[in-house]
Design a binder for this molecule. Structure first.
Ligand code: NAP
Length: 547
């Protein structure tokens, strides 16, 4: 079970340290994968680029960073004691609390000893002659593994603006997805925030409170509904813990990994009064959830007219909150359906634009042209800043995989294979890349769900598959090309029955110039998807070749 420790790297990987599995990434996915594989008796090496464990929650330390799934649902379910003993403090846990939780898990299950920090995997090459992966890191490690598991995260490669001059800026620059470990003080400073997605929406109100001036550069207005974050009600936490098995089951069988009452009516079947009463309840109820805005009616994500009723409801609230009508208008999202880009939860978001020290610049009217030594320039104006915060998002879903030089059978490059968009079987495996698994990979529900539910489902599935292989003397498991193509078509077909393709979003790859425009996640629902994965396993891993 323990791995040998020599590191005599050879180009073929012969003589390299041998382990059963390499896991790339020590976030929620990588840590649970490590735990699972160790329980199965495998030797595992985890590589993690960060200085600590936590993945996304290690890097996203910007002011206001918190998850927008309720704490009691956004945690591991694999250990009964763990889920009972950890006490959440808020409805939506802030990043420091999530990081404490992940570190607690790392200690509780003694995971750190197999995690090598500050190490980026640069290359993964499949050697057919020995049916093993040769993994290389930026620190010179070369390791040979039967299995490679990519737990690299869906939103882990930051994306910058595509204008010249970024490096010339003389002030401080930050990206929300790669925030420094030490506190950053914006007190009395002139700050720019570029981007109004979930990260921008969280950081903007807090910077506004202390900065001398805050200028928000908005390209696309977002739908932001109130978070109503608050200290967790101890009674609620106790009640959830008391019925965790049922709660988990319901979440696993739901659409988004957070169980909701089942909608029975179209938004167009009910009166305007009834519809708006529902939206208002979601908008005002301190215990409501983001997903509730999408799940109250059957056709919110499939019918534009139905969807427009929720979109208009949000626009009307913006008009009520924001005092300057021109600013309110610029903040009102139009041109794409509610939910087709990731909607956001905000705390004082729209209210922030009523402050005298905050200005909104509409980049649709006047696009950014340059980062200058002293600030930013748009087509119409130049601005001077002390700090620029890039809340400009990620090369989502495939960015972290593309950042590693991955070669499968016959030396085929994954990046080249996916030039026209990722083709996967179940978002878990790729034809031509035996024994390589992608946790919450493209083509799985992943970012369209409560990530913890999807991560655990994938880790359990991969762990069970590896266990089965070992029991039956199978050495390699590889997705069949036909099965992968069929699944990928299905992902696209289901996506096309929804409103998602109607928006330019990172779900569709549209935020990264040159990225293929396809549906990167599966919107068939986590419950249905889990059933499909279980059926495949029960049918002796139908669609995979076992050797
Ligand atoms: P994002 O949603 O992709 O938002 C990026 C923002 O930057 C958008 O407003 C985008 O405008 C803008 N932008 C990008 N490139 C630009 C450019 N060249 N010029 C001007 N503006 C530009 O990224 P994010 O806010 O980091 O969030 C990513 C995802 O992470 C979220 O959707 C969510 O799934 C997750 N997240 C969750 C939480 C949470 O749980 N509360 C918090 C943070 C992040 P366009 O819309 O026009 O592209």
């Amino acid at each position: 079970m323990t791995a040998t420790s020599e590191r005599s790297a050879s180009p073929t990987g012969q003589g390299a340290r041998q382990v059963d599995a390499v896991v790339v990434g020590a976030g929620f996915a990588g840590l649970y994968m490590l735990h699972k594989l160790r329980e199965l008796g495998l030797s595992v090496q985890v590589y993690e680029a960060g200085d600590g464990v936590g993945g996304t929650w290690y890097w996203n330390r910007y002011p206001g960073a918190r998850v927008d799934v309720k704490s009691v649902y956004y945690n591991y379910s694999f250990d009964r004691d763990l889920e009972q003993e950890w006490e959440w403090t808020e409805k939506y846990p802030p990043q420091p609390e999530l990081l404490r939780y992940i570190n607690h898990v790392a200690d509780r299950f003694d995971l750190r000893k197999d995690v090598q920090l500050r190490t980026r995997v640069t290359e993964a090459v499949y050697d057919e002659s020995v049916a093993r992966w040769r993994i290389t890191t930026n620190r010179g490690d070369v390791v040979s593994a039967q299995f490679t598991i990519m737990a690299t995260g869906c939103l882990s490669v930051s994306k910058m603006v595509e204008i010249p001059g970024i490096a010339t800026f003389n002030g401080r620059s930050f990206h929300t997805g790669n925030w420094p470990e030490q506190d950053v003080d914006f007190t009395g400073r002139r700050v720019a925030v570029i981007g109004t997605g979930s990260s921008g929406v969280q950081v903007i109100p807090l910077v506004a409170e202390v900065a001398e001036q805050l200028t928000v550069f908005q390209r696309t207005a977002n739908y932001v509904i109130p978070a109503h974050n608050h200290a967790i009600d101890p009674e609620f936490q106790r009640a959830v813990k008391a019925r965790y098995p049922d709660v988990r089951k319901a979440n696993r069988e739901s659409s988004f990994g957070i169980a909701q009452p089942e909608a029975t009516k179209s938004a167009l079947e009910v009166s305007e009064g009834e519809r708006n009463a529902y939206y208002r309840r979601v908008w005002t109820n301190k215990d409501s959830e983001l997903v509730s805005m999408l799940t109250g009616f059957t056709d919110m994500l499939t019918d534009e007219t139905a969807n427009e009723t929720a979109a208009q409801f949000v626009r009307d609230r913006i008009a009520e909150i924001v005092t300057d009508p021109a600013v309110a208008k610029a903040l009102q999202p139009t041109g794409y359906p509610f939910g087709a880009k990731r909607p956001c939860l905000g705390t004082n978001y729209y209210e922030t634009f009523n402050r005298s020290n905050v200005r909104l610049v509409d980049l649709r009217a006047t696009p950014l042209t340059e980062v200058t030594q002293s600030g930013l320039a748009t087509m119409e104006e130049t601005f001077e800043f002390d700090d620029i915060v890039y809340a400009t998002g990620y090369d989502a879903m495939t960015g972290a995989l593309a950042a590693i030089d991955i070669h499968g059978r016959g030396g085929v490059s994954l990046q080249e294979e996916w030039a026209a968009g990722p083709t996967t079987y179940l978002g878990l495996a790729v034809a031509g890349f035996p024994n390589l698994f992608t946790i919450t990979g493209p083509g799985s529900p992943s970012v369209l769900s409560n990530m913890l539910v999807s991560i655990e489902q994938h880790v359990d599935w991969v762990g069970d598959a590896i266990d089965e292989m070992r029991r039956n003397g199978v050495t390699t498991m590889e997705a069949e090309a036909d099965a992968a193509e069929e699944w990928t078509r299905h992902v696209a077909d289901v996506g096309n029955t929804t409103l998602y393709p109607k928006a330019d979003s990172w779900y569709m790859g549209s935020n990264v110039p040159g990225k293929p425009r396809v549906m990167f996640a599966y919107i068939g629902g986590v419950g249905a998807y889990r059933e499909k994965c279980d059926q495949v396993a029960a049918a002796n891993y139908e669609g995979f070749t076992l050797t």
